[in-house]
Ligand binder design. Structure first.
Ligand SMILES: Cc1cc2nc3c(=O)[nH]c(=O)nc-3n(C[C@H](O)[C@H](O)[C@H](O)COP(=O)(O)OP(=O)(O)OC[C@H]3O[C@@H](n4cnc5c(N)ncnc54)[C@H](O)[C@@H]3O)c2cc1C
Length: 353
């Protein structure tokens, strides 16, 4: 997303940008996403959720996102909902295909199947693919984000942000096709009895609302897998418009391991979460959506060296720019949008309005 945004904004400011896209289609993970571009209601709330993230970068998103969303609308990106459905957040839901089309149109010159050799704005989407491969996790992202932008900048003296081992992701029932990345996510960890492969409760506290912390804890288990055990009452609960029963059924049809609890290889510990039989167990695996650490940048999207000085002519945006969400979870689309625009404006010396 960030590369298309930067190019669209640069063209608006009179430049003739070229987007070099490694993949065979534009849009990266944005195209696969739910399209919800959102922010926390205040910088303080953002910082509470992502306590090790850079407060200046967080504030920039809170202050600039609403205008940036208006700008996206002005490009013709179709909004499917004027709110996020989450009282903690403010934003809109775009249709990801329409959003991608609008940005490609506005960016102008987008060349597919062309990995970059040189760049002024790095926007390669972080290193989800490499992290998933190195740690034996599932990938829930576009297949081209290997960290090429980060490698390029490191070779030019860039520093890294905090949180290089963190990621935002979801627990999935199996390796599912891209078309199921959104629907097959098992989002009811906070309602389930969550067990490791030996039947131990490895995450005894309440997960955060995003469950990103539970997913990262799952990733540290052998095979990066856990069991979610739910009772009949939980099966009737609704999460984002669907019942838990529907999510469990999706897990089954997506090829996941869904079984009655008497077929588990361990005895169930007693739990208040299991009150109304029958009890069902779903095996889930941690999947990486995007990395949280990346290049250290300032609020002008300039890539910084270890001493804090910017590297001349080098900007980064989207998941290539790290340290915004460290310790928590925020909108990757919002970061790509806000800092993609800022990168173009700073590079061209334009306004930030
Ligand atoms: C299933 C799913 C649901 C999501 N839902 C949401 C949501 O509702 N809200 C939200 O805020 N976020 C969501 N996200 C996360 C969001 O999509 C990402 O945070 C966002 O797309 C990151 O933007 P980006 O520009 O950094 O990366 P991307 O959008 O992935 O773009 C990076 C691009 O760089 C290309 N690239 C990689 N390497 C090279 C190279 N060497 N040369 C040239 N091109 C290269 C990639 O192919 C890709 O097209 C979701 C993601 C997924 C997968």
């Amino acid at each position: 997303m960030a590369g298309l945004v930067a190019a669209a904004r640069a063209r608006e400011l009179g430049a003739r940008p070229v987007v070099l896209e490694k993949g065979h289609r534009p849009g990266g993970s944005m195209l696969l996403s739910s399209g919800v571009v959102w922010r926390h209601r205040s910088t303080a709330a953002f910082h509470d959720d992502c306590p090790a993230g850079d407060p200046l970068l967080q504030r920039t998103i809170v202050e600039q996102l609403d205008d940036a969303i208006q700008w996206l609308r002005s490009l013709g990106a179709p909004v499917v909902a004027d709110e996020t459905g989450n009282p903690r957040t403010v934003g809109v839901r775009f249709d990801p295909h329409g959003l991608t089309e609008a940005l490609v149109r506005a960016a102008g010159d987008v060349r597919l199947n062309e990995p970059f050799a040189d760049a002024q704005i790095l926007a390669t989407g972080g290193f989800a693919v490499r992290m998933a491969r190195d740690r034996g996790l599932l990938l829930r992202a576009s297949p081209w984000s290997e960290g090429d932008g980060i490698v390029f900048a490191l070779a030019r003296g860039a520093d890294l942000s905090a949180g290089m081992d963190e990621f935002y992701g979801r627990n999935l029932p199996a390796a599912v096709p891209e078309s199921l990345f959104v629907d097959a996510a098992q989002l009811y960890g906070r309602l389930a009895l969550v067990l490791d492969h030996g039947g131990r409760e490895f995450f005894p506290r309440e997960p955060t609302w995003s469950e990103a912390d539970l997913v990262q804890a799952t990733a540290r288990l052998p095979a990066a897998a856990a069991w979610y055990v739910v009772d009949a009452r939980t099966m009737r609960e609704r999460i984002r418009g669907r019942t838990v029963e529907e999510l469990v059924e999706l897990a089954r049809t997506a090829g996941g391991d869904v079984r009655p609890v008497d077929e588990l290889p361990f005895p169930l510990p007693p739990s208040p979460k299991l009150a109304e039989p029958p009890f069902v167990a779903v095996r889930v695996q941690a999947a990486v959506t995007h990395t949280i650490g990346g290049l250290r940048v300032d609020d002008r999207a300039r890539v910084l060296r270890e001493d804090g000085a910017p590297i001349a002519g080098l900007h980064a945006a989207g998941a290539d720019a790290g340290g915004i969400f460290t310790g928590g979870y925020g909108s990757g689309l919002a970061a790509a949008l806000v800092f993609g625009r800022i990168a173009a404006e700073d590079l061209l010396g334009g306004s930030s309005s």
